[in-house]
Design a protein around this ligand. Structure first.
Ligand code: NAD
Length: 418
């Protein structure tokens, strides 16, 4: 895994270029996503030091200890939006813990998988220990029905996450299935201007909004006279982004059509369009691409489809709220639970959001609150089925069994363990 990390670093540009080609991210985004995968790999290399187990003399001459053991064969099913990063959440940790691994990449982004497999082979992972099974639903079903596969992680939409969790579980497997998201950002009138404008704009436009931690709903709290100048700056910053340079493309024609229809529907439901991504300038020579610029919808109602459904594109819906309590009631009512952020200068407001949000990853003046390793990635509610997290310290018990060994050597020690 140390060698694997070196090879990923060496090949970072090649992997990032392939991600650009098959996924449509910008090169900077693709590179950053590989670097996040490398961060998880680094965490895996430190397991031998971090996870040193525990041993205690529990009575005279009697010792209890923990031993971690591999499960055997495990599998991972991944989505299109991070062709290297999401698989690298699981591969290095599961391999380091001694498992053999089967990866089912997204059929929409199958090319990056080969580069990861080649890097593992070059690092010396023996044949058969790491495997790729390309395909769609049939391959997933085969994985879920195979008795030799002991644990399955899944990352993708909530609909499929729930299916995979239920089927895998009923077949006696350990399953951790991460689903979709609808992330809320609370904007307080006392928020620092630069920090909030950048944080919010970059959160909903980064990766063209196709990430499970992207801002989707902005809960603008308080007096419009105070909050509107911040919203105008968010619009200005988002409007300045150039497609093909600062922002990548949407994954497919179908998804682009779905997003355009969602904007139209929001307008019919009463939203006011502050910025319309359908009018954005398309890069010359790439007219056939699936482009959609940043879109900002204001005066969105909390019960409209733009507020409730996961859109998975660069669309920010603004819901006006009279106070923080109302904002958190709206956040709490959404069925998902990946991320919730607040932009404020007030520690009391920040604590209130961190404590009351029904999301597992909280940002305080951070627009994309992905925890750095070893703090573990994982949501709650409809964003996660199963226990533990997919990375970091909270992932170790998912990819392994803990054996508890009690030892006594000396017959003359008479005590309660006799
Ligand atoms: P998806 O659910 O369509 O596909 C994910 C995987 O499931 C793919 O490998 C696909 O081949 C497989 N699959 C698709 N339909 C299936 C079915 N009926 N039965 C069995 N397997 C099936 O998701 P996607 O469009 O690739 O990715 C986008 C989604 O992933 C979004 O909802 C996004 O929020 C979510 N996502 C979540 C996280 C997270 O950490 N919670 C991270 C990234 C993406």
């Amino acid at each position: 895994i140390f060698k694997f990390r070196q090879i990923l670093l060496k090949n970072c540009n090649e992997i990032a270029n392939t991600i650009c080609l098959e996924n449509g991210k910008t090169l900077d985004e693709a590179r950053a996503s590989v670097m996040k995968g490398i961060e998880v790999t680094e965490f895996a290399t430190s397991l031998a030091n971090l996870d040193k187990g525990g041993r205690l003399e529990v009575s005279r001459g009697v010792h209890c200890e923990y031993r971690r053991e591999a499960l055997g064969v495990v599998a991972s099913i991944t989505p299109f939006n991070f062709p290297a990063m999401v698989p690298l959440w699981t591969i290095p940790i599961a391999l380091t813990l001694g498992n053999s691994f089967i990866w089912k990449p997204s059929e929409k982004t199958p090319l990056t998988a080969t580069l990861i497999a080649e890097a593992l082979k070059e690092a010396g992972v023996p044949d058969g220990v790491f495997n790729i099974a390309h395909g769609t639903k049939e391959v997933v079903e085969a994985i879920l029905c195979e008795p030799l596969i002991r644990a399955v992680s899944f990352v993708g939409s909530t609909k499929v996450a729930r299916l995979v969790y239920e089927q895998g579980h009923s077949n006696g497997k350990r399953v951790l299935a991460l689903g979709g998201a609808k992330n809320h950002i609370v904007l307080m009138p006392d928020a620092q201007s630069d920090l909030s404008v950048r944080g919010i704009s970059d959160s909903f436009t980064g990766c063209a909004g196709q990430r499970c931690m992207a801002a989707s709903v902005l809960l603008a709290v308080g007096d419009p006279k105070k909050i509107d100048p911040l919203i105008s700056k968010i619009v200005e910053r988002a409007q300045s982004l150039k497609l093909g340079v600062d922002m990548g493309a949407i994954i497919s024609k179908e998804q682009k059509a779905f997003l355009s229809a969602a904007i139209e529907r929001a307008q019919k439901e009463g939203a006011k369009i502050l910025l319309d991504g359908r009018d954005a300038t398309i890069p010359k020579g790439f007219e056939g691409g699936n482009w959609l610029g940043p879109t900002i919808l204001d005066q969105v109602s909390a019960t409209s489809s733009a507020s409730l459904t996961e859109l998975f594109g660069p669309i920010l819906s603004i819901i006006r709220c009279s106070d923080l309590k109302e904002a958190m009631t709206i956040e709490n009512a959404n069925p998902y639970g990946n991320a919730c952020s607040v932009f404020t200068s007030n520690g009391g407001y920040a604590e209130y959001v961190a404590n009351s949000a029904k999301s597992a990853m909280i940002g305080i003046n951070v627009g994309v609150p992905v925890p750095r390793e070893p703090f573990s990635f994982g949501g709650m509610n409809d964003s996660k089925f199963g226990h533990g997290d997919i990375t970091g310290e909270n992932s170790l018990n998912f990819w392994s069994n803990i054996k508890k060994v009690t030892t006594k050597w000396e017959a003359h020690f008479q005590n309660w363990m006799s």
